[in-house]
Design a protein around this ligand. Sequence first.
Ligand code: SF4
Length: 413
Amino acid sequence: MSRAPDTTLFPPVQAPTGTTRLTAARAADYGTHQATFGRLPAHTDSDALLAALRDSGLEGRGGAGFPAWRKLAAVPARERARRRRVVVIGNAAEGEPLSQKDATLLLRSPHLVIDGLLTVAGALGTHSVYLYAQASVLEAVGRALAERADAAGIELREAAESFISGEASAVVNALAGREPVPQDRTVRLTESGLGGRPTLLHNVETLAHIALIARFGAAWFRSVGTKGDPGTRLVTVGSDGHPSTVLEVAGGSRIGDVLRFTGVDTGTLSAVLVGGYHGAWLPAYALEARLDRADLAGFGANPGAGILMGLGERRCPITVAAAVATYLAGETAGQCGPCVNGLPAMAAVLGRLARGDRDPGLPGEVRRLAAIVTGRGSCNHPDGTARFVLSTLTVFADDVAAHLAGHCRKDHR
Ligand code: SF4
C-alpha cells in the first residue's frame, strides 16, 4: 500500500519571489525563519549540491565573485568522499570599511547563514564548521545558534578587525591561533587548510543563497536577475565615505536605480565607487550601467562585495583617493615588499598631487609604482590598491589636470 506524503515533516512553503529573498523573514528568530522559508531539506551529497550550484550560476558574494560550485569542486573528490575530513568556514570578517552587508545579514537572517553552513557541511559529511564574524554581531549570532539543536556543532569565532582580515588564508590563520594575516600559498586551502585539512570557505551571503537554492532549486534562483548575474545580491549603498543602507537587489540592476531607490540624488554625483576600496570608479555618465560583470568590465570594476559609494561633485576626488590609498597602505600585513615599500610610496605621491604639488611627473610616478606592486604580493592587496589608484587617475583625469594647473576649486576635506 502506498503511503501519502508526510506533509507535516516538510510543510510546503511558498518560495520568496522578487528581490526580497534573503530579507524575506520579518524577524530574525528561528520560528519566523521556518515559517518564512520552511524547513531545511535533508542533506544531499556533494555531487548533487555541486550540480545545483553550477546550474544556479551563483557567484561568491565576498568580493572575488568566484563561482560557488567551483569552490566545492576544488575540494579533491577523494577528500569529499572521505567523510568528516573537510573544514567548512562561513566568513563574515567584512574588513572593508564601506561594507555592512554581512553584518546586516547576520543580524537580520542569521538562520539562512546557519542553514547554508549546515547544507555544505552535510553534503561533505563533516562536523568541523566555523562561523567567523565581527564582534558587533557575535551576541546576536550566538543567540540564533542557541535556538536550534542542529547548529550545536558550529563554532562561532570573533573576526580580527583589519582590512585584510577576511582574506581566506588570513581567516584560516586566525582560526588556527596565528596572526590573522594572509600567507603565501602554493597549495590551495581546499587541499590543505586549517590543521592541514581541506578547507572550504564561503562568504556568509553566499551561504545564505546556498540555503535557498537547497530548498527551492537552481531554476528558482535564476528566476530573478539576468543571465549573467542571476539571483539577488545584498548591496551597501552610501555617499561620501559613509555606508548608509543595505538592500537586496536583483542581479543586473541598474546602478543609478539602486542609488535613487535609497534616496541618493544621482544628479549631484561626480562618480560612484563600485566594489569598495579595492574597486574602481564609475563616472557619472555611466550610472545607468548594470551592476554586473559585463557592464562594469570596461571600467575595470565588478560587483565585488556589492558596494556603491557615491562621490559628491563638490568633493575633490584626488583628496578622497589619496586618503583611501593612505589608509590601504597602513592596512597591510607588512610582510611583502610591494606592501612595505610600494603602497606607502604610491599613497605619498598621490597625496602630493592632492595637496597641490604641480610636478607634472606625479601621475606617471603613481602609474609606475602601481605597475611595480601589481602581482607581487602574497595576497591581492597590492593589486586591489593599484586598481583603485589607477581608476582614480583615469576617471578623474580632468581633476588631475586641474591640480597640476593649480585650478582645483573643489572641497579638499
Ligand atoms: S601582499 Fe601585503 S597584505 Fe598581502 S600578505 Fe603581503 S604584505 Fe600582507
